[in-house]
Design a protein around this ligand. Structure first.
Ligand code: TYM
Length: 331
């Protein structure tokens, strides 16, 4: 069965973009593929984190993934820092990709542009992401559109490593679903909805209650054209609402435009669809949150299963590179 792998950062909470662009595809894919999903806490520390908050949000994100519908009996959900091979392979891949490759990464450019402090880890981050994917002999990486470039770098890293040292890694490809691949900020519909938006009213969080969702969608920025058209260039706000409504109801956004002639009704239906989508998630999350020991127990078991897979791949990589056996962990 083909393997899928994907990850999500525990910095901040999960928003509607994460759900529509990635998580719901992970949930559907767990029945179809051999699915592995990772809470990438090592990625989160590329920018400073409060330790207590990071611990709490790692657990919370794991519970959110389950609340959304990932079933730990069906797929593997684990925490990245529980499997040491991620950092080890990241080093080999930092030595495989070039400085120029990393410098071209759009996400690095965006995240470093206004930062006072830019860690070296923020720059080499895509090599760690490549390690995540390659350790699990991944065939397919389901992501939102913003991760396209990172997955292309992962492919290039695998191909370059294989040609330098012999066949070691499976070369993966990304899968970016059309609907919901790029959910935009409700207040600024030319920027993607993101965690860094903080408490901004343009971001819908998975645990927002119905009044908050309705308020945010009702106040979403549209335009003065007064017509409902799917046109991301001239009507980005309206198109984003159509996209969200389409993704939440499983209908193509472009088909929906004919059904609306006012922004008010479009916003009303969009809010109803999002409330209906998020309500069961909020309920399930509350149950899981009440029993943190249960989630921690699951994570211990999944760390073992993930380590089994990752250590086999890492062994192949060490051998391929030419490291001398004799390490005190059995290599
Ligand atoms: P992260 O944590 O920023 O986002 C997790 C997933 O959500 C998608 N996404 C969106 N999709 C649609 N619209 C949006 N506005 C939106 N914002 C985020 C992302 O594309 C992603 O699929 N570097 C990654 C995490 C990562 C990873 C990996 C992913 C680490 N290792 C290996 C795949 C494979 C990240 O920061 O995602």
């Amino acid at each position: 069965m083909p393997r899928v792998f994907s990850g999500i950062q525990p910095s901040g909470d999960v928003h509607l973009g994460n759900l529509l662009g990635a998580l719901r595809h992970w949930v559907a894919g767990q029945w179809e593929w051999d699915a592995v999903h990772c809470v990438v806490d090592l990625h989160a520390v590329t920018v400073p984190q409060d330790p207590a908050e990071l611990r709490a949000s790692t657990l919370r994100l794991t519970q959110l993934l389950m609340a959304v519908g990932l079933d730990p009996e069906v797929c593997l959900i684990f925490v990245q820092s529980h499997v040491r091979e991620h950092t080890e392979l990241a080093w080999l891949l930092q030595c495989t990709v070039s400085f120029g490759d990393l410098r071209r990464m759009n996400q690095f450019k965006e995240k470093s542009a206004d930062a006072d402090f830019v860690s070296a880890g923020l720059f080499t981050y895509p090599a760690l992401q490549a390690a995540d994917v390659l350790l699990y002999d991944t065939d397919i990486v389901p992501v939102g559109d913003d991760q396209r470039q990172h997955i292309e770098l992962t492919r290039d890293a695998a191909i370059r490593f294989n040609s330098r040292y012999g066949d070691t890694f499976v070369v993966p490809r990304h899968r970016i679903a059309e609907a919901g691949a790029r959910v935009m900020d409700l207040q600024n519909p030319t920027s993607k909805m993101s965690k860094s938006a903080g408490e901004a009213p343009g971001t819908i969080w998975l645990l927002d209650d119905p009044p908050a969702i309705e308020r945010k969608i009702r106040r979403a920025v549209t335009d003065s054209l007064g017509q409902v058209r799917y046109d991301t260039v001239n009507q980005p706000g309206v198109s984003n609402l159509l996209d969200i409504l389409g993704a939440a109801t499983g209908r193509p956004a472009a088909d929906l435009e004919e059904e609306y002639d006012s922004y008010g009704t479009l916003k009303g239906d969009c809010a109803d669809a999002v409330v209906a989508l998020l309500e069961p998630i909020r309920r399930r999350f509350a149950e899981l949150e009440a029993d943190p020991g249960h989630t921690q127990g699951l994570l211990r078991q999944s760390a073992e299963r993930a380590t089994e897979i990752a250590s086999r791949t890492m062994g192949r990589a060490r051998e391929a590179v030419g490291f001398l056996p004799g390490g005190n962990w059995g290599w």
